[in-house]
Design a binder for this molecule. Structure first.
Ligand code: BMA
Length: 324
């Protein structure tokens, strides 16, 4: 088997960045952290757009090839609605889209920025033109949420990232910003909460905070997870990406987790922007073995990287830390 280095798993598209604020049909500050899916033959990005007040809304962009000729909605596709949804007072951010096979509709989990901190809200749609808002499904502080496309033993499952204040119990630090999984019979009432993947500690690249990036991707070897890890340094945070694999039947079972990061800020558009040294994907689209990863770069633009799913899985099998 060919030896592949963790830094060669994803290839950046030569036309990066693929969408910037200048491409929007209306004035805004930046566009970044888009969700991605396929709708009616198009690749659809539901982009986070930050306006010139600093508040974010979501705007859809459609493309036939998922790379170029983006058709961007002429006005915001979903605006925060603080009158009916006070939790959206300071904007809506970082969506993740999951097509729910059984309901034949798309679920959009997004961050609502409330006065009490960010929380997880849910909306559903069939066409990304009209949406049904279901309101908050996790209280603050919680973000980086995405649903699985299918039920497990009758229950929906969602990955998310609550922040739990750090305390010391028996001399050991507890709490922090880890990845959790929760279950629901109806997409409204969530419970059976468990920590799924913990942030590492000390010098690790994913030592300070971690969170799910795109929604879990079903493969024949398990649910492929891409997550961001934050390392806090003297010159600010660095957002990098790692892989994990969950058992297909029981997603609480983490089969493997990468030790090294697999993608990190390197290019100018990733190193410098509104927030430097950030790569932040919220969506990917798989076609056969080809994966297109859409990521926000430096909180300032949208970029694209590609990978082969089989290569990611082979690498993870070889280099992952196995726990299942
Ligand atoms: C995270 C999220 C992302 C953002 C990142 C870097 O906490 O808020 O939306 O891209 O910080 O600023």
């Amino acid at each position: 088997m060919e030896r592949i280095h963790s830094g060669d798993l994803f290839q950046r598209h030569p036309d990066n960045p693929i969408i910037t604020g200048a491409d929007l049909p209306y004035p805004a500050n930046t566009v970044f952290n888009a969700a991605a899916t396929k709708v009616a033959g198009d690749t659809l990005l539901l982009m986070r757009v930050e306006d010139r007040r600093g508040l974010s809304h979501l705007t859809a962009a459609r493309s036939r090839d998922g790379i170029s000729d983006w058709r961007i909605d002429p006005a915001p596709t979903i605006m925060p609605d603080p009158e009916s949804h006070p939790e959206e007072l300071w904007g809506i951010e970082d969506p993740r889209i999951t097509y729910l096979e059984e309901r034949d509709e798309y679920a959009v989990a997004y961050t609502a920025y409330s006065e009490d901190g960010p929380l997880v809200s849910l909306a559903t749609t069939t066409d990304f033109r009209s949406f049904e808002r279901h309101g908050p499904i996790m209280p603050p502080e919680d973000k980086d949420a995405a649903l699985f496309p299918v039920r497990f033993r009758g229950r929906w499952a969602m990955i998310h990232r609550p922040i739990i204040s750090t305390v010391t119990i028996g001399g050991h630090p507890a709490g922090g910003a880890h990845i959790w999984i929760s279950f629901s019979p109806d997409l409204k009432h969530w419970g059976d909460h468990r920590m799924l993947i913990a942030a590492r500690r000390g010098a690790w690249w994913d030592a300070n905070k971690i969170g799910l990036s795109p929604p879990p991707l079903r493969t024949d070897r398990g649910w492929l997870i891409l997550y961001h890890g934050v390392r806090t340094t003297a010159s600010g945070s660095i957002y990098r990406l790692g892989l994990a694999l969950l058992d297909l039947e029981d997603p609480c079972n983490v089969i493997a987790r990468s030790d090294e990061w697999v993608f990190a800020p390197e290019k100018d558009y990733e190193l410098s922007g509104d927030v430097d040294k950030v790569v932040f994907p919220c969506g990917w689209v798989a076609e056969g073995d080809e994966l297109r990863l859409y990521y926000g770069a430096a909180d300032a633009c949208m970029a694209l990287a590609t990978a082969k799913i089989s290569v990611l899985l082979d690498w993870l099998t070889r280099h992952g830390i196995h726990s299942g």
